[in-house]
Ligand binder design. Structure first.
Ligand code: ASP
Length: 350
């Protein structure tokens, strides 16, 4: 029985390396039965919280994640929201930044921690990073100050650092320090004690949790590169049912200023395709109009995504296009901060 003042944490296992074993026949990593995770981490018994676990029936490698899995995780959080003080989502690191971004846009008025974590080495491997990631993520999910959760937002915890989920990008396929939040400070650093960056963490919400499940997947990413051809761009924009495109531009949001390219964009805008400009640079923001090569984008009606990550931009677009239909409303929502994903003084209350 949990003590009355003990935090209750629900661990949701979706898949990923943290719970994988080596297939004896092929030698490749595959997900295993989640129940084994507690056998692999006996330290969990010493954590001073009440822990419970739930697993996807069929855990996935996160490269296969889709909005269907995001909705499953959101549903599990909603069903258990009143019972638990915090949630730890175990997820493959490959697409964790996308999933954490998506969940941050789905879980409106979230007032409890939802901490994504995983590992680079399976938990059964002696040098695994999974144990520390899991145990500290649990500690953060249950941490309270004056009776309230310290981090009431969707985060990623990896290798001693806590990040805002919708600000993260996976940047290293080999090192334990796999994530970075290029344009927003870390929310906590786990050393001898966990140091929280309190004034960078979202404030508490009073409204009840509301889940947005309507994803519009008629979206795509167009990465610009020197030499991109008109034929390719035209084919791209002729994708059936396309409604939103994140354009990955150069530097501070610059694109080729060739007339054919601007004509293709204009044609797309006339078909009511929403264009969202994200920079290929890891740090810094889109500033349309700073150079001649981005001034035209502004005139055409391309929306500048400021300092948003690609992961946040594409998932936000799916959520916003699932919710709104009027182009001007969609554009206004895209540049409004829902939960700290974009540099803004206005945080949406919706
Ligand atoms: N391929 C794995 C996944 O993303 C890698 C990991 O778990 O970190 O599911």
């Amino acid at each position: 029985m949990p003590k009355t003042n003990q935090s209750k944490i629900l661990i949701i296992y979706t898949g990923g390396t943290i719970g994988m074993i080596t297939d004896v026949e092929t030698g490749s990593l595959k997900p295993f039965d989640f129940n084994q995770i507690t056998e692999e981490v006996p330290e969990l018994k010493k954590v001073p919280y009440h822990l419970e676990t739930l697993s996807f029936d069929e855990p996935i490698d996160s490269s296969n994640v889709t909005p269907v899995e995001w909705i499953k995780v959101a549903n599990l959080i909603e069903e258990n929201y009143k019972i638990y003080d915090g949630f730890v989502v175990l997820h493959g690191s490959d697409t964790m930044a996308y999933s954490a971004s998506a969940l941050s846009f789905m879980l409106r008025h979230l007032n409890k921690p939802v901490i994504f974590t995983g590992s680079q080495l399976p938990i059964g491997v002696i040098r695994t990073d999974g144990k520390e990631n899991l145990i500290t993520a649990i500690e953060i999910a249950g941490a309270k100050l004056s009776g309230k959760p310290i981090v009431p937002e969707v985060c990623v915890y990896f290798e001693y650092k806590l990040y805002r989920g919708n600000r993260t990008t996976k940047l290293n396929a080999e090192h334990f320090e796999a994530f970075e939040s290029f344009d927003y400070p870390i929310l906590a650093n786990a050393g001898i004690k966990i140091d929280y960056n309190l004034n960078k963490i979202l404030g508490h919400r009073d409204q009840p949790l509301q889940i947005y499940r309507n994803f519009n997947t008629n979206v795509a990413v167009l990465t610009l590169f020197p030499g991109v051809t008109q034929e390719f761009v035209r084919h791209f924009f002729n994708t059936p049912n396309l409604q939103g495109v994140v354009i990955q531009t150069f530097g501070s949001g610059n694109a080729l200023s060739k007339q054919w390219f601007l004509d293709e964009l204009l044609r797309a805008v006339r078909k009511n395709i929403i264009l969202f400009n994200v920079t290929q640079c890891k740090r810094g923001e889109v500033n349309q109009g700073r150079y001649e090569t981005s001034e035209a984008l502004d005139r055409i009606g391309v929306v500048g995504a400021k300092d948003m990550t690609l992961e946040a931009a594409i998932t936000k677009m799916m959520v916003v296009l699932g919710e709104l239909t009027e182009p001007e409303e969609i554009k206004a929502a895209l540049v409004r901060s829902f939960c700290g994903e974009i540099k803004s003084t206005i945080v949406s209350n919706s």
